[in-house]
Each structure stands twice: as C-alpha cells, then as structure tokens.
Design a protein around this ligand. Structure first.
Ligand code: SF4
Length: 402
C-alpha cells in the first residue's frame, strides 16, 4: 500500500469558478483588462490586446482567419462564449470534437477553443505535422485538475496490489482528464469515455474484468453505474487524501465501481430545489440535465444526457414547449436564442459560466491568429510521444466503440 498523505488541496480552477457569476443576464465580453479585474490569474498578453474592445477584436479575428484560409481550422466547444464560438469551423462536445480533431488531415494549425485536456486530445489524435494551439494556456478544467497524476498512480498501485489476483480492475477515464491519466488507462487495459458513451465503455470494461476504476468525475460514474443496475452499495468513492482511498481492503474487494473523488464545478451547482421551483412555476416544464450533475438531480430530472443530447432534445422538441436546462449557461443562452418558439432557461437563476471555458477571451484568439500570420506559433500544446502512444490506445478503444 502506498502511504503518502498530504493535505487536501483545491485546484485554482475550482477557486476561480465563481469569478464571473452574476445575477443579471449579461455575459457580453468586455476588454480583457476589464475581465482581469475579477482577480483571475490568466495568461498575460501584450497590453495592446488587453485594451482592445471586443468589437475591434471581432473584425481582427475575422481578417486573420481569412488570411490563414485552409491552413487553419478552429474547433469550438459548445460552452465557449458567443464572441468566440462564432469563429469555430466545427462545434461540438468533447466527444464530437475528438472525432473532428482526428479527421482534420489537411489543416496545418488546429486552434482549439476549449480547455487544456481537449487540446491535448487533439494533439494525440492529429498527425505529428499538425500544430494544436490553445489560445489561453490557463484554460484548464477544475475536474481534470482534481485527478493529479501522482495521486492516480498511487491509487492504481494500491488497487493492483489489492485486487490483481481477485478479478482485476479496468481503469476508465472520462475525457476530462490529462493525457497522462489517459496514458495510464491505455497502458493498463483501460479506455477513455465521454458522457455520450460512458454506458458503452462500462459494458465493455465489465466484459474484461470484474471491477471498474472511474476517473475523475464521481457523478458521471455513479449515474452510469446506476443506469446499468449497479447498486449504490457496490460503488465507493476513492479519496486521494486518505490511505487506500479511505477504505479497507475488504471494501475495495467488494466494490464493483471505484469512483474517483472529483466533480464538475459547474454541473454540481444544480439542485433538486431548483427543479422543484421550475416545476412549481410551470408544471408542464421539461427538465433536462447533464449526467455530471449529482445523482439526486439526475433522478429528479425528466431526462439526462450529454451536451449533444441536450441540444438535440431541445432543438427537436415541439414549438411551445418549455425547457429547464441543467448545463453550462453559454450553451443554454444559445439554445434559447436558437429556439425562439420554445421557452428555454437555465435551472440556476445565477448566471455562472464555466470559468475555465470562459478564459478563451477573443483577445487570446486574436493574438494566436496574428502570431500564425506572422509565422510565430504561440501556445502550442504537445503531448510527448511516450505519453501519447498509450493515451491514443485508450482513445482509439473508445472511438472504436462509437
Ligand atoms: S464544465 Fe465542468 S467539466 Fe467542463 S470544462 Fe468546465 S469545469 Fe471542466
């Protein structure tokens, strides 16, 4: 057993999560300098970019993108701001974007408007000649940051020594994790999943061995286990700050699913009380949430699914229907604007964007595109080949299930 205790720590990405929460509905970008005044610690840019208005940046991005032509493809996650997502050639959730990244054979530059683990995945899946760029290097993900590589390696060593001769265990990591965690999964017979295919990856894993280690989101893991009929008494949470994750060897042997103690700072804001309030205001409202929400919220909702599922469900719903949505606010606002024949609103009345997705301010996009036009590649994301090799194995296993 690895006995290495350290004080519980909270990632800076989690601490900054509420930096842009507000009670009005105004999410319009300000200058980067003004946004810095929220006290956030983002990548610094030349002062000229810091002070340029979003309107001027908009035209500059348009011109720079045009000049780069087919040498460039911009991938944009649905949780990006309006001022950024409008420039994406391809949009998607993390699953769809990983497929897009793997299929972009012609572009010399892939600019990823999303967060760090997504850009890493794009680098792993694209060809060595292609350059993947993350406009703001501090655009991480608090959930991903909750699974530090050393902690996961210690956990894996403990599980190996406790369970190896007792049916074994398959590691599954959610896409929202670093390349080194994906590598650990690939090297040890495991797989990557997204919220689109979590169930299929659990079924695949139970075809290999008796147990699953699920990283880093305990809620997606628990919600998926419940969908497969696995009881709560068969799922335990691994606390990286306690010996053996806070369990006895017997408890580990009796578990079918071991959930890493991680969560999404955005989706755990949704509560059952918010659902009750929405239903009290309109008994006909439909509640749809993301499976990164807690088990209680997922069970109280009418339906749940990935970001792509939520978009499809609301878009295909009949005119006149009402939708309370439990996912990231930039996407919910966009859904509302694109479906004017329906009532679409966020379950949480406090407007609280994912603060790490929000770090891709138009000034960063403008800066990296200007650099490319001048022959300078800034903020390139590269995963060392020794890590990429097995991360690719875990990703390819997932893509072959799709
Ligand atoms: S929404 Fe949650 S999981 Fe997604 S990037 Fe933001 S913090 Fe990470």
């Amino acid at each position: 057993m690895v006995v290495k205790l350290r004080e519980p720590t909270i990632p800076i990405t989690e601490i900054e999560q509420s930096a842009f929460c507000r009670t009005d509905d105004e999410l319009k970008a300000k200058t980067l300098e003004e946004e810095f005044s929220a006290g956030v610690r983002w990548q610094k840019l030349p002062v000229s970019y810091m002070r340029t208005s979003p309107e001027v940046l908009d035209q500059r991005i348009f011109d720079a993108k045009k000049k780069l032509g087919s040498r460039l493809v911009i991938l944009g996650h649905h949780y990006q701001r309006d001022e950024v997502i409008k420039f994406a050639d391809l949009r998607g959730d993390s699953f769809k974007l990983s497929q897009h990244a793997a299929s972009q054979e012609d572009a010399e530059f892939i600019v990823f408007c999303g967060v760090h683990f997504m850009a890493e995945t794009a680098d792993v899946l694209s060809s060595p000649e292609q350059k993947v760029i993350l406009p703001n290097l501090t655009a991480g993900c608090s959930m991903s940051d909750m699974a530090a590589t050393d902690d996961v390696l210690d956990c894996w060593d403990d599980l190996q020594s406790t369970l190896a001769d007792d049916g074994g265990i398959v590691p599954i990591t959610y896409m929202n994790s670093t390349a080194s965690i994906k590598e650990l999964c690939g090297r040890n017979g495991g797989i990557v999943c997204t919220s689109t295919n979590a169930r299929a990856t659990f079924e695949w894993a139970f075809g290999q061995r008796q147990r699953v280690l699920f990283l880093p989101d305990q809620h997606l893991g628990r919600n998926t286990g419940l969908k497969l009929g696995i009881g709560l008494d068969e799922m335990i949470v691994w606390n990286p700050f306690k010996p053996l994750g806070g369990h006895t060897e017997e408890e580990l042997r009796n578990a079918r699913v071991i959930l890493w103690q991680g969560h999404c700072s955005v989706h755990t804001r949704f509560t059952v009380a918010q659902i009750e309030q929405a239903r009290a205001a309109n008994p006909a409202v439909n509640v749809v949430v993301h499976p990164e929400c807690t088990m209680e919220v997922v069970q109280a909702a009418d339906s749940n699914g990935s970001t792509e599922y939520i978009i499809r469900t609301v878009t295909e719903a009949p005119a006149g229907s009402a939708w309370a949505v439990g996912t990231e606010i930039s996407l919910v606002n966009r859904l509302a604007a694109e479906n004017p024949d329906k009532t679409v609103f966020c379950l949480d009345s406090v407007v609280c964007p994912c603060s790490t997705m929000y770090r891709i301010h138009p000034a960063y996009l403008s800066w990296v595109l200007d650099g490319l036009n001048e022959g300078v590649v800034v903020n390139r994301i590269t995963v060392p080949e020794e890590t990429a090799e097995y991360a690719r194995v875990a990703l390819d296993r997932m893509l072959s299930l799709a």
